[in-house]
Design a protein around this ligand. Structure first.
Ligand code: SF4
Length: 395
């Protein structure tokens, strides 16, 4: 059985691929790309149908961070020209959230820059969560406040938070190259704290930081091991003024292979396309919907995304539908804390009926090679609307 047939079968059984299989997905040729997308798309449709979950970011506190994450526009001393402001009040945050929900989002992600929250910060965010929940029935709220101290996850859960986001970002082996002010182990600890408190764990990665394929596979396997319910896949936005400003090394095809690999390793987990979607996938964004079942609507924390209306049109044009608050994102076996084990108990008929075509032989060199576009700095726009401004948000 060839690679893609094997990966589809494993994905439908929730069986972990081998590391070599995951690496082989990243090494596929452009000739095989549509076969890879079709195969991973079968796994995506099996567990999530054609639903796309929309998430909406509200940046509660922007910039002014003492940490040194080299990919981040909010890092210590970064000269990136981003909006800088301190904590939004609960009613301001709720107003921003309402715009995203009106645009079709079902989850609001409340994010604050910083190493981690003080207990007073947890009080503030708890008040914000309560306000948003009171004003918007059925909304899911995820908090993303950095490293958590003991007891803070429980307090957020008590205030009504459904989920907590803290990304691993990259492999343990290379973590020290991108950040010096905290460790990979610190990040793992916070994801585990959130999980233990009954919060749905959201943890993902950033690709395009100069990492190897091994690093990507390492971090995705680590996320699966941590039993994250949702895995945001970021494509580095190389902000001028950050140490990674020159790291323009992603192509749309590479982004699709990364998303496919994540889908095969995390078949029944929410795979979310996060920052950098417009920048790196560009015109191939609709193909990525066959791999991920979740995206952010509208703008990101410090940069602008494509218009919310364009997101909705893209979803409809590609034949997908926006997930409603009545629809539950995760498959039944993952609800209520999730299932961290590799069950391997299901082998639906679809597995054999929809088996992928074999991957073809390595592609011959094309007669005329398509030109790889250079850095698309023209597509990086610092956010100047929404939270922290007087300008209407993009949703
Ligand atoms: S990623 Fe978070 S902790 Fe790191 S510099 Fe940015 S805001 Fe600070």
């Amino acid at each position: 059985m060839d690679l893609l047939n094997t990966l589809v079968d494993k994905g439908l059984r929730r069986e972990l691929p081998s590391r070599d299989e995951a690496l082989a997905v990243l090494a596929t040729s452009d000739e095989d790309l549509l076969d890879v997308v079709a195969a991973a798309g079968k796994v995506r449709r099996h567990w999530f149908g054609r639903r796309v979950k929309l998430n909406y970011l509200v940046n509660l506190k922007s910039g002014l961070c003492p940490e040194d994450c080299s990919y981040c526009s909010q890092r210590l001393g970064a000269d990136t020209g981003i909006l800088k402001y301190t904590w939004l009040k609960p009613d301001e945050a709720s107003k921003a959230a309402a715009a995203g929900l009106a645009g079709g989002a079902k989850r609001v992600c409340l994010v604050a820059s910083g190493r981690g929250p003080t207990d007073r910060d947890v009080d503030r965010v708890s008040a914000t969560i309560k306000t948003i929940k009171e004003e918007n029935e059925g909304v899911e709220v995820c908090a993303c406040l950095g490293l958590l101290s003991d007891g803070q996850a429980e307090r957020l859960r008590g205030a009504g938070a459904d989920a907590y986001n803290h990304n691993l970002n990259t492999s343990e082996a290379t973590y020290g190259d991108i950040t010096k002010t905290h460790t990979y182990a610190d990040r793992v600890d916070t994801v585990q704290k959130a999980h233990a408190a009954g919060l749905s764990a959201c943890s993902g990665l950033i690709s395009g930081m100069g990492e190897t394929d091994q690093d990507l596979v390492d971090v995705v396997f680590a996320l699966r091991e941590l039993d994250a319910d949702s895995v945001p896949v970021n494509f580095l936005i190389p902000f001028e003024g950050t140490p990674l400003a020159k790291e323009w090394n992603l192509t749309p095809q590479r982004c699709l292979r990364i998303l496919a690999m994540v889908r095969f390793v995390c078949p029944d987990i929410e795979v979310r396309i996060a920052g950098g979607r417009e920048l790196h996938l560009r015109t191939l964004q609709p193909l990525a919907l066959h791999l991920a079942n979740s995206i952010f609507l509208g703008d990101y924390l410090t940069s602008e995304g494509q218009a919310g209306k364009a997101d909705l049109e893209m979803i409809a044009d590609a034949g997908f539908e926006v997930e409603t608050t009545e629809q539950v994102t995760l498959p039944e076996h993952r609800r209520g804390g999730g299932c961290g084990s590799v069950c391997g108990s299901q082998a639906p008929d679809e597995a054999s009926a929809e088996a992928a075509e074999p991957a073809t032989e390595p592609a011959a060199e094309p007669a005329v090679k398509a030109e790889v576009p250079g850095p698309r700095t023209d597509l990086v726009a610092v956010r100047r609307r929404g939270a922290g401004t007087d300008v209407a948000p993009n949703a």
